[in-house]
Design a protein. Structure first.
Length: 649
């Protein structure tokens, strides 16, 4: 209540000061017109000028509500509002004065002068107060304090202006200069623009000679290429400077400190392409008010799906995972962030058909996202039955359960390793793709039912088992960073991009029936060499590759390929209506044939018959060529072959 009372008093004070300025403006206008007030009698001054102009100004200011704006944050919008308010005051004054005095008591030209003076007084008072509060009068800048970190801002424009404004009252950082692409000189909020970004080394050396060397480079904006950022990181390491990003103005949360929160340059910034931002409206229409079930909900992809789905207003959410601990974490997070959302947490192993059907029957989902899988290639190579049972047979159980309860759509999260697979993980995921597509085609031929969509990911940065967390652990230990082969390369995407792709694909699959049986793949640009990624991460950590931290090549692991592919040669690639999302045409056998093979595959898994399971897997995925010596011998039935290829990649 005290705050409201203070606010009312401030508004009353502002309103009174504006009325006083209108009176003073009229006096100044009459003085400018007559040379002095002595030439006017009191009746003409008050009845012809001050009283009617004051009343007209009061009415105009109440209509335009200029007294409600903050002087400290005065902007061009406020100046435009003042222009309209002063003009309206003159327009209100004219008919009133004409009716009362026929405009005979004061010179009519004095109205033009009064308009000009009042506008200058009202606008000047607000701009002057803002400059005073921001210590910007005459470009005055307070000196740098001993504990402040001198920084060099790289990039100009609105992003730099927002950062510099936030830093004006910062006790932590002090901007000593700005570099941009033009380097034309001048000042930006009192901070000198010293040159071009390309000249950063030379400018830092000049600061060092003067004895006030900056300690951090801060990159603002999101237009820099990955090559530019990589070079800046390399330059910063060479100069012994830290490098950071300024806050993204489009993602600032509430709180003044957000404008000065500096973030480290991340691996995602160095992907070599801009990150994808997709249209959220189709996804909003898909999820809002629906019952959504997510398998693998505690994993890196599954948990991000849960977070993004929660923000879209589902009616209810079912979290499914085989790991009690992972399920507990994501369930607790959802409970804290969305306590009003109806949700269930179920410990379910997708390999157990009855458990899956029981969960689906009780929850009755509208939309299903199936991200549960065994994804670590070497571990699946060592445990092929478990991988096949989970990835292929388990996916079939999810598909069948979704169809049985009449779900609108089921989305399978797949991998680029399913294309011409050289390992059990990729082949088992391709098997899941085939069954999902066969179901989709069968459903389309019947003219309805659950729609099935397949989404292929490249490597997901930061996901469980990905190379980035491995490199981070090795960096903390002082190295070396292990890379399997100098030429190995992969497609990369961020977790956010991966989940956006899954959600967007689900929306397209539901809104466009012809898309339901397709494989959706994000245009991920060019593949990235893992050795280059390792060097970038070393530089981001402030070290020099091959000097401070070494890179060691360990050799290709069983089932590992040098290059991954996004599409099979037999898949026709088409663009979608959504930019940078492509689809591949279905490539599968009939549903009955695939189902019979999966029956035999499940029986082999239940009996733990590895040989039978692997051979049946290749029947389902003919392009599967094992890269593991032991599995090659099983598939070819020639045990002697194992020794002849031992040690080959």
């Amino acid at each position: 209540m005290v705050g409201i009372a203070n606010s009312k008093r401030v508004r009353l004070l502002v309103f009174g000061s504006d009325i006083a300025m209108s009176q003073l403006a009229m006096v100044i206008a009459l003085v400018l017109r007559h040379g002095s007030l002595e030439a006017m009698d009191a009746r003409s001054l008050f009845l012809g000028g001050l009283l009617p102009f004051g009343a007209a100004s009061a009415a105009s200011l109440l209509i335009m509500r200029t007294y409600r704006t903050s002087w400290r944050h005065a902007s061009t919008v406020d100046l435009i509002n003042i222009f309209y308010a002063v003009s309206l005051a003159v327009l209100i004054y004219l008919p009133i004065s004409f009716v009362v005095t026929r405009l005979d008591l004061i010179p009519r030209t004095s109205l033009i002068l009064a308009w000009m003076v009042l506008f200058l007084m009202m606008a000047g008072s607000r701009v002057g107060y803002r400059l005073y509060r921001e210590r910007g009068l005459f470009f005055f800048r307070r000196p740098m304090l001993p504990h402040q970190v001198p920084i060099l801002v790289l990039g100009a424009g609105a992003d730099a202006e927002i950062l510099l404004r936030g830093l004006e009252n910062s006790s932590e950082y002090y901007p000593v200069g700005v570099l941009d692409e033009v380097g034309h000189g001048g000042l930006l909020r009192g901070v000198p623009i010293l040159g071009r970004i390309a000249d950063v080394e030379l400018i830092v050396e000049e600061f060092a000679e003067a004895g006030d060397r900056p300690r951090k480079l801060v990159v603002v904006g999101r237009t820099q290429t990955a090559e530019t950022l990589d070079r800046l990181v390399e330059v910063a390491n060479r100069l012994g400077l830290a490098v950071a990003r300024g806050p993204d103005p489009t993602q600032l949360r509430s709180g003044a400190q957000d404008a000065t929160e500096l973030q480290p340059i991340s691996v995602e910034d160095l992907l070599g392409r801009s990150q994808i931002v997709l249209d959220p409206r189709p996804v909003q229409r898909l999820i809002a008010g629906k019952r959504v079930l997510v398998t693998g909900a505690g994993g890196s992809i599954g948990s991000e799906i849960v977070r993004q789905v929660c923000a879209l207003g589902p009616a209810a959410l079912c979290l499914v995972d085989n790991s009690e601990f992972n399920l507990y974490k994501i369930d607790a997070e959802v409970g804290e962030q969305r306590p009003d959302l109806a949700r269930l947490a179920r410990v379910v192993d997708v390999r157990h058909r009855h458990s899956v059907f029981g969960c689906f029957t009780s929850f009755k989902p509208d939309i299903v996202f199936h991200s549960a899988a065994m994804k670590h290639v070497p571990l699946v190579e060592e445990n092929p039955v478990e991988g096949i049972w989970t990835n292929a047979v388990g996916s079939r159980h999810i598909c069948d359960a979704a169809a049985a309860v009449g779900a609108q759509e089921m989305v399978l999260i797949s991998t680029d390793k399913a294309v011409n697979p050289a390992n059990v993980m990729g082949a088992s995921k391709r098997c899941a793709e085939s069954y999902c597509q066969a179901l989709a085609l069968a459903s389309a031929s019947r003219g309805g039912g659950t729609r099935f969509v397949v989404v292929r990911f490249g490597n997901v940065l930061g996901s469980t088992g990905s190379v980035v967390p491995l490199f981070e652990r090795q960096l903390k230990a002082g190295g070396p960073l292990t890379v399997t082969h100098p030429d190995i390369e992969r497609y990369f995407m961020t977790i956010r991009e991966a989940v956006q792709l899954a959600l967007q694909a689900s929306a397209l699959g539901l809104e466009q029936p012809e898309m339901a049986s397709r494989v959706f793949v994000l245009d991920m640009g060019k593949p990235v060499k893992i050795s280059d990624l390792a060097r970038q991460m070393i530089r981001l950590a402030g070290f020099v590759p091959d000097r401070d931290i070494m890179i060691r090549y360990s050799g290709l692991r069983p089932g590992e390929k040098l290059f991954e592919e996004l599409f099979h040669a037999g898949e026709k690639i088409e663009a979608t209506t959504t930019p940078r999302i492509n689809v591949a045409s279905p490539r599968t056998s009939g549903l009955e044939e695939v189902g019979m093979c999966l029956d035999e595959l499940e029986a082999a898994c239940i009996s733990r018959d590895e040989t039978r399971a692997l051979r049946k897997l290749r029947d389902l995925v003919p392009e599967y060529h094992a890269g593991n010596a032991r599995q090659v011998s099983i598939l070819d039935g020639e045990s002697k072959l194992a020794s002849s290829i031992q040690g080959s990649p």
